[in-house]
Ligand binder design. Structure first.
Ligand code: NAD
Length: 369
């Protein structure tokens, strides 16, 4: 059995609490002989700044480069509000994304049947929802130059951001999305604004050409990004995989996120390019939520987003789709039995702690045999 190198970077706030539950699950898989994991641990964010004076040390970056997958908790908090900008906790995450070349951000939005009533939408609109947003993460308007605020001759100021995409950048993210669609319901929706943006025109042309050349077996539709946002809250089940640029992906994935009820439920993956020699990709898995300083240290955090991120690592980095299905099934069983952390419990209803939720998921894994 191959041994998978896993780097755990719990980070700040609730990060260590939710990562602790993943450790139990990793150890359960190991004990059952269902996987072999070599675990390293490192510091990131504010805790790394306190220890090393920067948001991630070079030695922890080296561990990340060598790992088959990085599991990342969350960073940030009021304690580090005044640290120099280049050392702020988020700089650790940005460095990981940049140095590992993580250009593809995968954000699933799955609505477990037991939680359909926790969504702000009607239960029939979200029950059984299973969509995946694939967002380009390293290009576009967040990185394009010039990016500046300049003072004009008349004394006004002008802010400039630049949206840039090359065909190569569009092709590589779309290829990831087409490949994922093939493993799901075989449908890809490409969201852009070709009606008003040149990058949108190029995006649509490039996706269309790649589809004709390599992925004609996948159903492809083009949708304007604003319409996509509207459709996501109208009838999200029409989608399977949605691919989009960095800016639209930021917005659309947050819209899709709220369909499922709570921030504490949402995992994500960020993948790099495939190494042609090994077929492996650099990868980082993290919950969508932040460090939640308001509840840190109180045992209130929902660990499911973090545990679901490990399930994604099993599926996308370790080739263990069966183990991922089993873990996601165990989460569904626990929710089906009515076990809830406070964020997903009905007002006034009993809620379990972070570690009780982790233990319940281990028990459900055991019960699945
Ligand atoms: P947040 O996601 O930390 O919290 C938002 C709200 O959701 C809070 O009320 C919190 O208690 C709740 N929440 C979040 N995760 C939860 C969980 N697992 N279980 C139960 N409730 C949960 O966002 P914020 O409050 O805007 O930011 C707090 C800090 O986190 C800031 O320093 C911010 O910069 C940082 N942040 C980090 C990341 C990251 O590490 N990737 C992402 C977002 C925010």
């Amino acid at each position: 059995m191959a041994t998978h190198k896993l780097l755990m970077l719990p980070g700040d706030g609730i990060g260590p609490e939710v990562m602790g539950q993943v450790e139990q699950i990793v150890s359960w898989f190991g004990k059952q002989g269902l996987g072999s994991f070599e675990i390293e641990k490192g510091l990131v964010g504010g805790t790394a700044y306190d220890a090393h004076g920067k948001a991630i040390s070079d030695s922890d970056m080296k561990l990340a480069q060598d790992a088959d997958a990085v599991l990342f908790g969350a960073v940030g908090g009021p304690k580090w509000a005044d640290v120099p900008y280049q050392h702020r906790p988020e700089a650790g995450l940005l460095r990981l994304r940049k140095d590992l070349g993580l250009f593809a951000n995968l954000r699933p939005a799955i609505c477990y049947p037991a939680l359909a009533s926790a969504s702000s939408l009607k239960p029939e609109v979200v029950e059984g929802l299973d969509i995946l947003i694939v967002r380009e993460l390293t290009g576009g308007v967040y990185f394009g130059e010039p990016k500046e605020i300049v003072t004009l001759e008349d004394g006004q100021k002008r802010g400039v951001d630049t949206q840039l995409y090359t065909t190569g950048e569009i092709e590589r993210i779309t290829r990831v999305a087409f490949e994922l669609a093939r493993t799901r319901r075989n449908k890809l929706s490409s969201a852009e604004k070709h009606n008003v943006m040149k990058t949108g025109v190029l995006w649509k042309q490039t996706v269309t050409a790649l589809h004709a050349k390599e992925y004609a077996d996948v159903e492809l539709e083009h949708v304007l990004a604003d319409n996509c946002a509207m459709q996501l809250v109208r009838w999200p089940k029409q989608y399977d995989v949605i691919v989009c640029d960095n800016l639209f992906g930021d917005i659309l994935s947050d819209v899709a996120a709220m369909l499922t009820g709570s921030l504490g439920m949402l995992p994500s993956a960020s993948l790099g390019a495939e190494d042609p020699a090994t077929g492996k990709r650099k990868a980082l898995y993290e919950p969508v939520h932040g460090s939640a300083p308001d509840i840190a240290g109180k045992g209130l955090a929902n660990p499911i987003a973090m545990i679901g991120s490990f399930a994604m690592a099993l599926r996308y980095s370790f080739g263990a789709g069966d183990a991922a299905d089993r873990l996601e099934g165990a989460i569904a069983d626990v929710l089906g039995s009515g076990t809830r952390t406070k964020d997903i419990a009905a007002p006034g209803a009993n809620a379990v702690s972070t570690s009780e939720m982790g233990q319940a998921i281990v028990k459900a894994l055991e019960a699945r045999g």
